[in-house]
Ligand binder design. Structure first.
Ligand code: URP
Ligand code: ZN
Ligand code: ZN
Length: 473
């Protein structure tokens, strides 16, 4: 190796785990890329001994919300700085949040605004999904195809929420644009009319505490919308990805569709493995703390949790994301929007979890519920493929970005919000003990976390990633 070939970094004795392989080697890094994998590599400018640790590709969080523009009076606690700081402290080195169109607004303008929010703030690399809330003829014919060509190859549509939901006809039109332009549509599948009818009924009866959020959004409304979204995908002949699947009823629909040979992909999140409806409040509970766990679809029960764990290992789910939705609890711009006497339907939806995503799933590896390879596949490899970032992200291989997490598989950590790096004032996982935690995290060869300590890299070092075409197989 000549002086020009010298290595910026050598990670020695790495126990490398990818979605398909496990092997021992040294990892050589130059200019932010993995340039060699081998034994006895020459001295690097910097050396890290990975003995006793797993070397995993950095996590790719394919669904998180950071600094998204909110309706008047509401605010997300995390911007691109605090959100990406928390992500990397939890072993995630790429995030894909959402540039969201407002009804009546331009999609292109939403993307430009979102770039301004990210620039100078992100500490790890990021791509954008789009949210299509108003598929006007101009959006469908011009804006969306132009954005897909520029590297925004996935977009989310909502079947619920008044300010975001699309009609069935609009859903079909958006899916058609995805098919024509080789993009991937992510679907939030819950039946809006059923939810608003149930909500009005509950509120009319004075049943307004946070726990009624779960009763207003039963599994049946998720099941019905999941089935309807699958039907649209079949009619248009295009793949879709159903996001944040909460339990067995939606899983049954997805399995049924997959069994028919339809390309229906699915995502689940930590809240459906670790939270239940009881976390939003027990019967007779008139308190407000349950607002901390209000998200949509809502957490269900232990039987549904078990179904979600199973579906992580039998191929139903392709990706495991955080759906990090950072609203403070003790904040009139967060979960207490409008005060604690307001009915449950005023509570901002979503739970924080960008830093705890990987440790919570890895605990399943430690408990024998899924394999190490499945862990890497769900949290890094498949999100990178599906969202057009592979092979730059999602693997440890020559030519890939040196986004590497050195993971201690036996470290026990009791989750405590005061030790997390997001700007949210709570975690729904407070007090839970997990086995496995990231020790060192590298983004493009730069050490951002060392021995669990955040090294305060320059804000804005994170780069925007133009996504390629989705790779679904
Ligand atoms: O409750 C949730 N999931 N909040 C975040 C927004 C979304 O729908 O993903
Ligand atoms: Zn959603
Ligand atoms: Zn979300």
């Amino acid at each position: 190796m000549s002086a020009n070939d010298s290595l910026d970094l050598v990670i020695r004795n790495a126990d490398v785990v990818t979605a398909s392989d496990r092997f021992r080697c040294d990892i050589g890094v130059r200019d932010g890329k993995i340039v060699t994998l081998g034994h006895g590599l020459p001295q690097g400018v910097r050396e890290i001994d990975a003995h006793g640790l797993l070397a995993l590709p950095g996590g790719v969080d394919g669904h998180c919300h950071l600094d998204q523009p909110m309706p008047e009076g509401m605010r997300m606690a995390d911007d691109f700085f605090t959100g990406t700081r928390a992500a990397v402290c939890g072993g995630t080195t790429t995030v894909i949040p959402f540039a969201a169109q407002e009804k009546g607004g331009s999609l292109k303008a939403a993307v430009a605004d979102y770039h301004r929010r990210a620039e100078g703030r992100a500490v790890i690399d990021y791509a954008f999904h789009l949210i299509v809330a108003d598929p006007t003829p101009a959006v469908l014919a011009d804006e969306l195809p132009a954005l897909i060509r520029k590297g925004y190859t996935s977009f989310k549509v909502y079947m619920t929420y008044d300010d975001l939901k699309l009609s069935d006809r609009e859903m079909l039109s958006v899916l058609d644009v995805a098919r024509e332009n080789n993009a991937l549509v992510m679907v939030h599948a819950e039946n809006a009319d059923c939810i608003s009818w149930l909500t009005d009924k509950l509120v009319g009866e004075g049943r307004i505490a946070p726990r009624f959020h779960g009763i207003a959004r039963p599994a049946a409304v998720e099941r019905e919308a999941t089935h309807r979204a699958i039907t649209f995908a079949e009619l248009v002949d295009v793949p879709i990805l159903i996001v944040h699947v909460s339990g067995k009823e939606a899983i049954e629909q997805i399995r049924w569709a997959q069994g028919r040979g339809l390309q229906i992909l699915a995502e689940t999140c930590p809240q459906y493995l670790y939270l239940t409806a009881e976390d939003m409040g027990l019967e007779g509970d008139h308190g407000y703390e349950g607002a901390k766990c209000v998200c949509s679809p809502p957490p269900r029960d232990p039987e549904n949790q078990a179904a979600v764990w199973r579906a992580l290992t039998n191929g139903v789910f392709s990706v495991f994301s955080s759906d990090h939705a950072p609203f403070n609890y003790d904040d009139p711009q967060g979960k207490k929007l409008g005060g604690t006497a307001q009915p449950f339907d005023h509570i901002p939806n979503g739970v924080p979890g960008i830093e705890t995503r990987l440790p919570l799933l890895f605990d399943g590896v430690a408990r024998g519920k899924l394999s190490l390879h499945q862990f890497v596949e769900l949290t890094s490899y498949r999100p990178a493929k599906v969202y057009g970032l592979y092979p730059r992200k999602g693997t440890i291989a020559v030519g890939a970005d040196a986004d590497i997490v050195l993971w201690d598989p036996s470290r026990k950590v009791r989750i405590a919000n005061e030790a997390l790096h997001h700007a949210v004032d709570y975690t729904p996982y407070e007090g839970m003990e997990v086995t496995g935690w990231p020790v060192h995290c590298l983004s493009r060869g730069e050490l951002l976390v060392e021995d669990g300590k955040y090294l305060e890299p320059e804000a804005g070092r994170g780069r925007f990633l133009e996504a390629g075409a989705p790779e679904l197989s």
